[in-house]
Design a protein around this ligand. Structure first.
Ligand code: SIN
Ligand code: MN
Length: 256
């Protein structure tokens, strides 16, 4: 799958591009069927909310499931990323964020590159996220919030927040967020399961908690240029992969 020039320009200008109907219901059902098994695993890479029960994130789900392994090498994920980053890519991180009904906690304002630079020594923001919706995402179930154009100044100074949620994150202070929102506003792309959003590693984003009765599962495939591989190995391998081999794509029909 190739992006059009218009889609590439949207990514460059706004920091993200939103695509609907990328994966069909057969493919999405197949991925959703993997979740109960993964959520029940007693492993460190299954990270839970502060209540110790609801799943916040399944890290490296592509190493625990053949279905997600196929997704991590899927041409509908990898080809657009290569187009946008201008070269070969490898998987820096692969995670399923559960944002479970009633219990899914918020994600504070941040740039992913903040964590990747500070914790993993990623030299530049030559990386992006592909977020694939496994549930319909609405205004009610904790959609991602983006500040359009906030990627334009590159890395923004961040503080390590280890208390607000169960997950340590390099977050951006309220004063900086206010200034960025004054210029760029806030958008919350919403759509059916199977929609996909690609966003720059320096785009500022976050998401509110999910107090609705509907879960909001999104799979994130974080891809980095092979020329920009990480230089620090402080975090566990399941959070920051060390295999910098360029991804070889699987067949487009592998999830049918
Ligand atoms: C993230 O920013 O890494 C996750 C945000 C979310 O899933 O809402
Ligand atoms: Mn993020």
């Amino acid at each position: 799958m190739k992006l059009t020039n218009e889609q590439i320009n949207s990514f460059k200008e706004l920091g993200y591009v939103f695509l609907e109907n990328v994966f069909d219901t057969i493919e999405i059902d197949k991925m959703n069927k993997e979740l109960p098994r993964l959520y029940n695993l007693d492993k460190e890479q299954i990270q839970r909310e502060k209540d110790g029960k609801a799943v916040r994130t399944v890290f490296a789900a592509h190493e625990l499931s053949e279905v997600f392994s196929n997704l991590s090498r899927h041409p509908r994920i990898v080809e657009p990323a290569k187009q946008l980053l201008g070269g070969d890519v490898y998987i820096h991180q692969f995670k399923v964020n559960g944002k479970e009904a009633f219990d899914g906690d918020l994600w504070q304002w941040h740039q992913d590159y903040g964590t990747w630079k500070n914790d993993d020594g990623m030299p530049e923001g030559l990386a992006l996220n592909v977020g694939l919706f496994l549930d319909d995402v609405t205004q009610f179930n904790g959609p991602l919030n983006f500040i359009p154009r906030s990627h334009r100044d590159g890395y923004i100074e961040a503080n390590h927040d280890i208390t607000t949620t169960s997950y340590p994150l390099w977050t951006i202070n309220n004063e900086t967020i206010s200034k960025l929102v004054e210029k760029g506003g806030i958008v919350a792309p919403q759509g059916k399961a199977g929609s996909m959003i690609l966003f720059d590693s320096t785009l500022v984003h976050g998401s509110p908690s999910n107090m609705s009765p509907w879960s909001r599962t999104i799979v994130y495939i974080s891809l980095n240029r092979t020329s920009n591989c990480i230089t620090k190995f402080n975090r566990p391998e399941y959070k920051a992969h060390r295999d910098f081999t360029p991804i070889t794509c699987v067949d487009d029909s592998c999830l049918r």
